[in-house]
Design a protein around this ligand. Structure first.
Ligand code: URA
Length: 436
């Protein structure tokens, strides 16, 4: 096959066949196609898109560039969840124990935070001793023992994605629906799952800011999952404000513990999204006859204490300090805890949620580059929810940080990204659509 002809074909909006896509991906990972040609191909895909079939073929080649974990020896249905990420999105920490306690296996391979969004691995690693770098045999044994496991990407999982993602990153081709879809799905399908629940976020703190784009991505992900005979349900959920109130690694573990203990009333939005997702996972796992029944089962897992016990079991099996989960108040506090008060009265009507995530990052909770070291104690507790009435002087946020020099600047930034005015606007709808 001729690489130039295949690039031309895609440039001319023609469809690539399975064997052509196989040739392109396998040649690229064997260094037989140079970066400049693969970059041209990526740009042609960026502009002209891919059909459902092409996206499935690309996903397949990326998936089989590495290992597909075989979990057949482990009894039960295996269901995972993938979220496109956002600010304060800690649902994985809460739903993995809920769903595992309900008898559905949850093998999770998660990512790190980069930029304004947090990552499940960084959150878990804020628990002293918690190991996310388990090898595949330990991964299997932990799922088998406690029903769930949460680890990071290994070098055996979809190595083609690592190479292609790095090239996309430097060629302005990240924001392409077929490329995002194949990247996400090649890694998820490698986990050995039977089904997947997708949480596609939309709004100012999301990757897909516009709802129409979130819907397109959801559709592409769902079509690809179905092409691999996986059960799948997609949710489009709001990310115009943080999910829950806590943003930052340990702060999010702390809020998750509160929810697992049934004390998360203040974080009604977090509880609602998490239980919808866990309900869908329990339904796909065959332990409920509908999502609604799955939500009820999830509530029982919390009220009976089974979900919290399961969380303790996960932390113990993955090497974490269980005593801090039982007594989270003993976790060391950030050196500085600074309150931020409202400068005026009115309705809290808007926030740039991306910018809020960036403030948390600057306070020490995230990384600008992969090499940056994060402060597990740093972050923000952000109290109001869109549509709430606020009085001048009310505490709207708490900054947790070790960086004294950042505080004034970050306070001013926060005042600039929120809008408090006289007329109440409608609250955003939290669950915008369920694609089933
Ligand atoms: N997450 C991924 O894993 N890949 C993408 O391309 C975008 C988000």
């Amino acid at each position: 096959m001729n690489t130039v002809e295949l690039i031309r074909k895609k440039r001319n909006k023609e469809e690539l066949s399975e064997s052509e896509i196989r040739f392109l991906v396998t040649s690229y990972i064997k260094d037989k196609i140079p970066d400049y040609q693969f970059s041209a191909l990526l740009m042609a895909i960026f502009f002209n898109g891919m059909s459902t079939e092409e996206t499935a073929h690309l996903t397949k080649e990326m998936l089989y560039s590495g290992k597909v974990i075989d979990l057949k020896s482990i009894q039960g249905v295996k269901i995972d969840k993938h979220s496109t990420g956002g600010v304060g999105d800690k649902t994985s920490l809460i739903l993995a124990p809920i769903v595992a306690a309900a008898g559905v296996k949850v093998p999770m391979i998660s990512g790190r935070g980069l930029g304004h969004t947090g990552g499940t691995l960084d959150k878990l690693e804020s628990i002293p001793g918690f190991r996310t770098d388990l090898n595949l045999s330990r991964y299997k044994s932990v799922v088998n023992k406690c029903g769930t496991v949460l680890i990071g990407q290994t070098k055996d999982i979809a190595p083609a994605d690592k190479l292609i993602y790095a090239l996309r990153d430097v060629t302005a081709t990240v924001e392409s629906i077929p490329l995002i879809t194949s990247s996400i799905m090649s890694k998820k399908l490698a986990e050995g799952i039977d089904g997947l629940v997708l949480d596609i976020k939309t709004g100012s703190g999301a990757f897909m800011r516009e709802e129409k784009d979130a819907r397109k991505l959801a559709t592409a992900l769902i079509n690809t999952a179905r092409a691999f005979d996986k059960k799948v349900i997609g949710f489009i959920t709001d990310m115009n404000q943080p999910l829950g109130n806590y943003i930052g690694n340990w702060l999010e573990v702390y809020e998750s513990i509160k929810v697992l203990l049934g004390a998360g009333e203040s974080a009604a939005d977090l509880v609602e999204v998490t239980l919808q997702l866990s309900g869908a996972m329990i339904y796909l796992g065959g332990k409920a006859s509908s999502i609604e029944e799955g939500v009820e089962v999830s509530r029982e897992m919390i009220s009976s204490g089974k979900a919290f016990d399961k969380f303790l079991e996960i932390v113990k099996l993955q090497g974490g300090d269980v005593s801090l989960i039982k007594n989270p108040e003993k976790y060391p506090k950030a050196r500085i805890v600074e309150t931020v008060r409202a400068e005026k009265s009115g309705y809290f009507n808007a926030i740039d949620n991306y910018a809020l995530g960036m403030i948390s990052l600057e306070l020490g909770a995230g990384r600008m580059t992969k090499e940056d070291v994060i402060d597990p104690k740093a972050g923000i507790i952000f109290y109001p929810k869109l549509g709430d009435k606020i009085k001048e002087g009310d505490i709207i946020a708490e900054f947790h940080t070790g960086r004294k020099n950042k505080i004034e600047d970050m306070k001013n930034k926060l005042y600039n990204i929120i809008s408090i005015d006289g007329k109440k606007k409608a609250k955003p709808k939290l669950i915008k659509e369920i694609l089933i």
